[in-house]
Design a protein around this ligand. Structure first.
Ligand code: CP
Ligand code: NVA
Length: 320
């Protein structure tokens, strides 16, 4: 949150462990309500009268659907904004756009290829802004991933995870998640694709158990969860060089066998089968990728209830 008490959600590191844990507790309880046969779906409609804006400058399937459907299921409404159709495209400033959107909406989710854009919106906005992915981080994904791990394997604290591949935006948020939720993480990336130094320094200051290696086999040793992601993110230029550099980092059956017994496989999706992961791992019982995708919805609902806060949050058992 910002100094003025607005509950922005820009990165996991901005929030203490108790807040993040509470968001996941609420996510789990709203998921149980949805799956429970006896109870109707969110009878309280806790976000009735609230409107979410979704401003997406980059393609999205899961982020868009999970926020859109989650908001509706909680009783709120949604306005999907494509920057190309807004006056931003004709030069209206972010400062003015943020101040106008603040008069209409209750919360704004932003996906952008330009991290500075989200900072500028936060500077001017009087409503909470949620990071729906930037080239630098993807915090809402990691909430869903931790929720998914705990559904399959119990408490995440004290476990060991491995990241294999490009040290990208999702890897950065996973580092922040590991620090905040108290698990250790070893990342195997090519030397040229390590997560940016600034997040590693932050993790060290926080006392996080984050290790960087270049050998995937070393990274997955004793890991209970193996995570990877595309070799070409939306912010990357596709190149044969990139793919060649990442070639030794494919998650295949051989690599999974070097992990802890019963290790899970995670991927935020969309996947590129045959690049970062083989078909057999992707389709194996270890793979929980579609649970992760579903949990985007539940995690987003927990997050929206926290962001919009107050009485509605307390109704789910949390003091605001
Ligand atoms: N994992 C994820 O954020 O997916 P989308 O790009 O489809 O939103
Ligand atoms: N690292 C990927 C994640 C997509 C959800 C990207 O930024 O394109």
């Amino acid at each position: 949150s910002s100094a003025d008490g607005i509950r922005h959600f820009l990165d996991l590191r901005d929030h203490d462990s108790a807040t993040l844990r509470a968001i996941l507790d609420v996510a789990r309880s709203v998921k149980a309500m949805q799956h429970g046969r006896e109870r109707p779906l969110h009878p309280a409609q806790p976000l009735a009268g609230r409107t979410l804006g979704l401003m997406l400058s980059k393609p999205s399937t899961r982020t868009r659907l999970s926020f859109e459907i989650g908001m509706r299921q909680l009783g709120g409404t949604v306005s999907v904004l494509s920057p190309g159709d807004m006056q931003i495209g004709r030069g209206e400033s972010l400062a003015d756009t943020a101040r106008v959107l603040s008069r209409f909406l209750d919360v704004l989710v932003v996906r952008t290829g330009d991290t500075e854009m989200i900072r500028e919106l936060v500077r001017w906005s009087t409503i909470p802004i949620v990071n729906g992915l930037t080239p630098d981080s993807h915090p809402v994904q990691i909430l869903a991933d931790i929720m998914t791990f705990e559904e399959h394997r119990g408490a995440v604290g004290g476990t060991h995870w491995a990241w294999v591949g490009d040290g990208n935006n999702v890897a950065v948020s996973l580092i922040e998640g590991a620090v905040r939720f108290g698990f250790s993480l070893t990342l195997a990336t090519p030397p040229s694709m390590q997560p940016r130094e600034e997040v590693l320094e932050w993790a060290r200051r926080e006392g996080g158990a984050i290790r960087l290696v270049h050998d995937p086999v070393e990274a997955v040793r004793d890991a209970q969860c193996i995570v990877t992601d595309t070799w070409t993110s939306m912010s990357d230029r596709e190149s044969a060089d990139r793919l060649a550099t990442l070639e030794p980092y494919r998650v295949d059956t051989h690599l999974m066998q070097k992990a802890a017994p019963q290790a899970l496989f995670m991927h935020c999706l969309p996947a590129h089968i045959g690049e970062e992961v083989t078909q057999d791992v992707f389709e194996s019982p270890a793979s929980v990728v579609f649970d992760e995708a579903e949990n985007r919805l539940h995690a987003q609902k927990g997050l929206l209830l926290w962001v919009l806060g107050g009485v509605r949050w307390q109704r789910f058992g949390h003091a605001s």
